[in-house]
Design a protein around this ligand. Structure first.
Ligand code: NAD
Ligand code: AHE
Ligand code: ZN
Length: 370
């Protein structure tokens, strides 16, 4: 079939709105009509050329929601008409990782996913007979996409696509980093670096678990008001306190150091600050931001010797097929706020404007509808 898509033709170039060809679902695969998709900073990261796994031409997008249109042979858990959220972290419930109980990083299809291919090593997308790569196993910047069954969470049918698509990455990553990865306890003093689509969900998660002080750090002064709206108690702008004084400022505001800190930018210098503002003896810093090819983190090992812990998280440690439907319920029951973070909704044809808004620091999340 033909489908409208926003094609990433080359690193650093705007997406091209075009029509591509899509093959039907093969064994264990599902054809989805994508109804809405968010634009995450990771899409921008890959489009910029900074992603070591970036491939072109490709159809990006990993924060979608839609409806099952067709199922391939062997698919047993989904049927035509089901509402779904594609998962870039699948959940096969069978691989060594899934059964370990220690991680959400299902590895059943990770190799082919990183190669921009379906699990059988081929692509369903093409343009005039030339292969087009999938992205993160989801490719939600196309009106129709093919996704493995193990990479789809079935969700309730009354949930609005243009809101719950955000649970496909940003909401789950931010809240999950607090609940699943850091396991923050009530009364903890915390710091969040980067108050964008992820960091504000970290703040929302911290408020949910009853954190005490929640210090937000961002270069953009406009992020203070929205941060406070979501539960931030103190704000630090590195341009105001001095970039070399940020660690000191956070230690001061958290009464001796953060029990937990979260880096939600993808900046290796800030990752160091996030670790070093943690409390001596027990403070834990969680890296969420994704850094470009060749970037490395550094600190004095003494920071770890004296009890600070550095860890990372992907998709907030969430097991998607199990956890995502529950997070959709939280939204529908009014337990989490998604609406105030979706600052812009654009028709699909204007998807590049969503990237412009992100670059300008004007949007928290832009959602594109088909
Ligand atoms: P975003 O663009 O919405 O937000 C980034 C924020 O960081 C902005 O508010 C910006 O003003 C601020 N910022 C930039 N440089 C700063 C600095 N030096 N000091 C302080 N603040 C600074 O991005 P997002 O969608 O929230 O994504 C954030 C990061 O998380 C990206 O690296 C993205 O790739 C990554 N990410 C990781 C996962 C995961 O599973 N680990 C999931 C989603 C996104
Ligand atoms: N391809 C990059 C890494 C990108 C990355 O870390 N992606 C996160 C999700 S970001 C969503 O917005 C992730 O899930 N990582 C675990 C994994 O298996 O990819 C690189 O550096 O090569
Ligand atoms: Zn994302």
């Amino acid at each position: 079939m033909d489908t409208r898509a926003a094609l990433a033709v080359e690193a650093g170039k705007p997406l091209e709105i075009t029509t591509v060809q899509l093959e039907g679902p093969k064994e264990g695969e599902v054809l989805i009509e994508v109804k809405a998709t968010g634009i995450c900073h990771t899409d921008e990261f890959t489009l910029s050329g900074a992603d070591p796994e970036g491939l072109f031409p490709a159809i990006l997008g990993h924060e979608g929601a839609g409806v099952v249109v067709d199922t391939g042979p062997g698919v047993t858990t989904l049927k035509k008409g089901d509402h779904v959220i594609p998962l870039y972290t699948p959940e096969c419930r069978q691989c060594e990782y899934c059964v370990s109980g220690k991680t959400n990083l299902c590895q059943a299809i990770r190799t082919t996913q990183g190669q921009g291919l379906m699990p059988d090593g081929t692509s369903r997308f093409s343009l005039n007979g030339e292969r087009v790569f999938h992205y993160m196993g989801t490719s939600t910047f196309a009106n129709f996409t093919v996704v493995p069954e193990i990479a789809l969470a079935k969700i309730r049918e009354d949930a609005p696509f243009e809101k719950v698509c955000y649970i496909g990455c940003g909401v789950t990553t931010g809240i999950g980093a607090v609940i699943n990865t850091a396991k923050v306890e009530p009364g903890a003093n915390c710091a969040v670096f980067g108050l964008g689509g992820i960091g504000l969900n970290v703040i929302q998660g911290l408020r949910m678990v009853g954190a005490d002080r929640i210090v937000g750090v961002d270069l953009n002064p406009e992020r203070e008001a929205i941060g406070r709206h979501f539960g931030m108690t103190h704000f630090v702008n590195p341009n105001e306190v001095g970039r070399d004084k940020v660690v000191e400022a956070v230690i001061d505001l958290t009464k001796g150091g953060a029990d937990y800190s979260f880096e939600c930018i993808g900046n290796v210098e800030v990752m160091r600050q996030a670790l070093e503002c943690c409390h001596k003896g027990w403070g834990e810093s969680v890296i969420i931001g994704v850094a470009g090819a060749g970037q490395e983190i550094a600190t004095r090992p003494f920071q770890l010797v004296t009890g600070r812990v550095w860890r990372g998280t992907a998709f907030g440690g969430a097991k998607g097929r199990t956890d995502v439907p529950r997070i959709v319920d939280w939204y529908m029951e009014g337990k989490i706020n998604i609406d105030d973070l979706i600052t812009h909704v654009l028709p699909f044809e204007q998807i590049n404007e969503g990237f412009d808004l992100m670059h300008a620091g004007e949007s928290i999340r832009t959602v594109v509808t088909y």
